[in-house]
Unconditional design. Structure first.
Length: 163
C-alpha cells in the first residue's frame, strides 16, 4: 500500500472536512474499492470533475471581474455600473409598487366609507318614510356586516405580507 502520493502541482488545493487536500481525501475513500495502482490517476480525474466554484450575486466573482478587466480595460467598471443601475431601478420599482398599493387601499377605504354612508342615509330616508323598522335595520345591518369586516381585515382577508 505505502504512503499516499503527494498532491501534484496542478492538483486542487481545496481542503476536505478531514483537512486533507481533495485528491488525498478521494484516494483515501477509493482504497479498498479499486485497485491500488489505479487510485492516483482516478483520484486526479475525480478531483478535476468535483472542483467547482459557486458565487452568487449581482456581480461576478472578483477574480472573474479582474479577468474581464484584463480582457477589455474598462469592462469591469461598466459591469459594476450596470449592476448599480439595475439596483437603482429595482428600488424605484418597489417604491412605485408600494405607493400604488397604498393608494389602492386608500381608494378602497374611501369607497367603502361612501357606500356605508349611502346605506345609512338610505336607512334614515326609509325610516322617515315608513313606520316599520325592519327595512332600515336590514340596510344598515347589511352594510355593517359586509363593510366592517373589510375595514378590519382588508381586501386580502388579513393575510397580507409586506413586499
Amino acid at each position: 500500500m505505502g504512503k499516499p502520493p503527494e498532491p501534484r502541482a496542478n492538483a486542487p488545493t481545496t481542503k476536505t472536512p478531514e483537512n486533507l487536500p481533495l485528491e488525498q481525501a478521494i484516494e483515501k475513500t477509493l482504497k479498498g474499492v479499486v485497485q491500488d495502482r489505479q487510485i492516483p490517476g482516478l483520484s486526479q480525474r475525480i478531483a478535476q470533475v468535483l472542483v467547482s466554484q459557486r458565487f452568487q450575486g449581482p456581480l461576478p466573482h472578483p477574480k472573474h471581474l479582474r479577468e474581464y478587466e484584463d480582457i477589455s480595460p474598462g469592462l469591469a467598471d461598466r459591469i459594476v455600473t450596470m449592476a448599480e443601475k439595475t439596483l437603482d431601478h429595482n428600488i424605484e420599482m418597489e417604491s412605485k409598487s408600494l405607493f400604488a398599493e397604498i393608494k389602492d387601499r386608500e381608494r378602497g377605504m374611501w369607497l367603502g366609507a361612501g357606500i356605508m354612508a349611502l346605506l345609512v342615509l338610505g336607512a334614515i330616508v326609509v325610516a322617515l318614510a315608513e313606520a316599520t323598522w325592519e327595512v332600515p335595520v336590514a340596510l344598515v345591518g347589511a352594510g355593517a356586516i359586509g363593510g366592517v369586516g373589510l375595514f378590519i381585515k382588508g381586501r386580502d382577508g388579513g393575510n397580507h405580507t409586506p413586499p
